[in-house]
Ligand binder design. Structure first.
Ligand code: FRU
Length: 491
């Protein structure tokens, strides 16, 4: 990659694969992440999109439909096998989503502490063009029985608990047993929302069964919830080290290069005391003599040390996927970004992609980029990952003016692009389809499924496919299965 004039060169990443059990952790460096701003046009009209079209999600219309007027939904995932194939069950497509009640007296921004996992279903095999505009998902209700997920906290004092993101596995494609991997969150807070104790995040599992007849889909089980992992403070930061730590969003998979093992990626932070000034020259990642390199002390004193995300790895040590062991993180983003959320492993043409979602607001001082999907490519699950697209990591961002203050979804800057927070929590599906939820479009809040878009993925380059759907926007909530369970005979 030839550096953009005025900007540093990205770090050289070989894509070389290591054993998943190796101690090598790849770095998304400041030199890498500064390639995002390098590709931003400094001369666009205020509030326009300053990023290249190829890495921008097209504009979502402000008259988007609600998925269901009686439920807010956000992070959404599908029923997958060990290789992220998306299964329908008995002719029904099924999705899982974090949900909250829009009529319960709290705001959309306060939804997180009330999150419950719900499921939705619709008939498989119908083209998006023949579905209702909102995608036609039928709300099935909460997935877990009331009072079940709080049990993983035992006798810990909590003021409330929530169910945060994860993934759902169809354990055998000729059976109906499913395992839900999710994040159990426990809060102990004052009435004003201040922490009495740091939130407790436990990556957890509950098993259940899916059922379907000609009219509907339902689940049984999920009474027993097992805590699988809590941060160790060595690789993964604990609540005691930083009350604002992230530890969540488990995604399990098998690796064709390491058959017989089940792995999990998840969102973590680099262990250590909050803000510790321990970023290194390797985290900065500049080439020797780069005239645009930064001084390590200056970076450490800029506040950037409060942002230290990682993407974690764990391996299961029993066949029921109940026992897990931490492995060193796959990627760290020390002094770069504080949140690498909902990570997923995506294998295509022999290449391993790590996709993750992140926010403009969680980038470290001196680094900027839009809300959206970020991605990294290597030759194995653990690699010296190369950040996608000019070495930057940006795969698909919201339309954003990086020359103008960020504002936020709940307090927009009037000058900022009114779609800078249009969608979030993107998940890359088979064939490069990308689903997400709508947050804010021109000040209208969402809580609904966004239009599905498509990206072309080839080695270290991804590009939005503007020939997909209408100018790149497919159906709202178009989340198709690419496999059918083996029992289905057709309706
Ligand atoms: C992403 C996210 C996840 C978390 C959930 C909580 O949108 O922050 O990391 O599980 O939302 O609502």
């Amino acid at each position: 990659v030839t550096p953009v004039p005025g900007f540093p060169a990205p770090t050289t990443h070989s894509q070389q694969a290591y054993s998943p059990f190796d101690t090598f952790t790849s770095r998304w460096t400041r030199a890498d992440a500064r390639q995002i701003k390098a590709r931003s046009d400094p001369n666009v009209a205020v509030g326009a999109n300053s990023m290249p079209t190829s890495v921008t999600m097209p504009d979502i219309p402000a008259d988007f439909p609600q998925t269901n007027p009686d439920v807010w939904l956000w992070d959404t995932w599908t029923l997958i096998d060990a290789h992220a194939n998306q299964f329908s069950y008995n002719g029904w497509e099924v999705i899982f989503a974090l949900t909250a009640d829009p009529n319960a007296g709290y705001t959309f921004d306060d939804r997180h502490v009330h999150a419950r996992i719900s499921y939705f279903y619709r008939r498989a095999g119908i083209p998006a063009s023949a579905r209702p505009r909102n995608g036609g998902w039928i709300y099935g209700g909460h997935l877990f029985p009331d009072g079940a997920s709080i049990k993983v906290f035992g006798s810990t004092t909590l003021t409330n608990n929530a169910e945060w993101s994860g993934s759902t596995r169809l354990l055998k494609t000729d059976g109906n047993e499913v395992a839900v991997f999710y994040t159990a969150l426990g809060f102990n807070r004052t009435a004003d929302g201040a922490n009495v104790a740091p939130p407790v995040a436990i990556i957890s599992k509950a098993n259940g069964r899916i059922h379907a007849d000609l009219n509907h889909v339902w689940f049984t089980g999920f009474n027993n919830h097992t805590g699988l992992l809590q941060p160790d403070g060595t690789y993964y930061q604990t609540g005691q080290q930083n009350e604002f730590y992230s530890f969540r969003d488990p995604f399990t998979f098998e690796d064709p290069q390491n058959p017989g093992q089940t792995f999990m990626v998840f969102e973590g932070n680099t262990a250590g005391e909050r803000g510790a000034k321990d970023c290194t020259a390797a985290d900065l990642g500049y080439q020797a003599g780069d005239p645009y390199a930064e001084d390590l002390d200056t970076v450490q004193n800029s506040g950037a040390t409060y942002q230290k995300a990682n993407i974690g790895l764990a391996v299961s040590t029993d066949s029921s996927l109940t026992q897990w062991r931490f492995l060193p993180p796959l990627i760290s983003a020390n002094c770069v970004n504080d949140q690498t959320e909902r990570p997923q492993v995506y294998i295509k043409d022999g290449k391993y992609y790590l996709f993750t979602i992140s926010h403009r607001s969680t980038f470290a001082a001196g680094i900027d980029g839009p809300d959206g999907v970020y991605g990294f490519v290597g030759n194995g699950v653990r690699s010296d990952f190369e950040p996608l697209n000019w070495g930057s990591g940006l795969a698909l961002g919201n339309p954003t003016d990086l020359n103008t203050a960020a504002g936020s979804d709940f307090d927009p800057d009037p000058q900022q692009n009114p779609r800078a927070f249009q969608a979030y929590s993107h998940y890359v599906m088979p064939n490069g389809l990308v689903e997400s939820f709508i947050d804010t479009v021109e000040g209208r809040r969402g809580g609904a499924l966004a239009p599905t878009v498509k990206i072309q993925i080839s080695d270290a380059i991804t590009q939005i496919d503007l020939s997909y759907g209408q100018n790149g926007l497919g159906g709202y909530g178009n989340i198709p299965a690419n496999r059918h369970d083996l029992d289905w005979q057709g309706f």
